[in-house]
Ligand binder design. Sequence first.
Ligand code: GLN
Length: 472
Amino acid sequence: MAELTELTIRQAHEGLKKKEFSSADLAKAHLEKIKKEDKKINSYLSLTEKLAMFQAELADKKIASGNCGELTGIPCSIKDAIMVEGEKCTAGSKILESYIAPYDATAVKKLKENGSVILGKNNTDEFTMGSSTENSAFGVTKNPSDLDRVAGGSSGGSAASVASGMAMYSLGSDTGGSIRQPASFCGVVGLCPTYGAVSRYGLIAHASSLDQIGPFARNVDDIEIVFKAIAGKDRLDATSADYSYKKSDENLNGLKIGLPKEYFAKGLEKEVENIVRNAIEKAREAGAEIVEISLPSFKYALACYYIIDPSEISANLARFDGIKYGLSEDGDKLLDVYLKTRGRGFGAEVKRRIMIGTHCLSSGYYDAYYKKAQEVRQLIKKDFEKAFEKADLIFCPVSPFPAFKIGEKTEDPLSMYLADIYTIPAKLAGLPGLSLPAGKIGKLPVGLQIIGNHFQENKIISAASQIEKLLS
Ligand code: GLN
């Protein structure tokens, strides 16, 4: 039998049902591996060992009484921007270094209700701003495939923990690419659901019109299991949608796959393109029809995102004032408390975005920047609407390049921002996207991005699972 830390959710579920091992065995095997091996990867910021062993015991009782759901007893990890009651939640920031979450995020609550076992909290770029986890106040997460390289970001810790057998699945969050890009860099599957498909309650806000929680796992089947469990309406998040996942049995045969010509252009590394095109070719051989589509506003997407995103950040992060949450520096006057706490608590990227956002929203500039960006966002949405008249799904790269070297882009924010050029457009349109491991350049994994229309995660998952088989 494979090592307990190498099993998929489905395999572990079968083993638990047959009593080949217990949930406590699974939790212990994972915790041991984390303690031994995570020093070199840094995918966890904290372990929730007591909670894990308590949940494992509960799960074993459930299983003994013949009540074993697909997630009962399955060990997972949670990005440290998503709250788990009674546990630290730092969002990768010094300002929340000792903050304890007062309640469970709805997605976490659902996982607990399903009997999952939470092992710990994963490293993230500070307040989920970044593409490499290098913006974390607590050290970079290294890529398990090559320790000199980044795991991607901002959910780099989640992706690396799943890739290295230190969690069977993980929850991350994606605002502009933070699930899909690290999934691609680490060689795991990552699903960014439709905006509103999963409750954001209990996710520390980055940019509220874009933020979305989603799963990482080692195969598409496992992604489906977790997504089913966390999706749906939540009265605590007004933007959550009345939605439940229904499996699709649609075949690749006859499926129309759109390739956006703007994505397969200058800037895309040749070896990445070859891997993505090889996966597309497999779909074509299986009967899919490949159609060229165009997203003419693609060229404005990054600029549009970097106005809307910092604008929302500047509003959302105003709450970290040294009074209400976390770090609080002394000062003679209230203003000193604000300035010192925020000056010392926030890192460079967070400060940069707050400044950009405050500028974009300031009177006299609001129309020129924020309002304009909202108009461009509508154009991008329309591009996708048109594209989905011609295609059932869109296939494209996740990132123009594979995992880059640690330190390679830290001095140049614009080159870092380019890492998300292919994930941001769909996000501005609120669309779901999945990253599927499609091949490797040397030892570096490369993902294929599958984008669907709103709430068509089922179509994405069914296509991804067929292509996964064709590629294996
Ligand atoms: N890298 C993008 C940013 O820094 C996206 C981050 C994310 O999706 N959380 O904003």
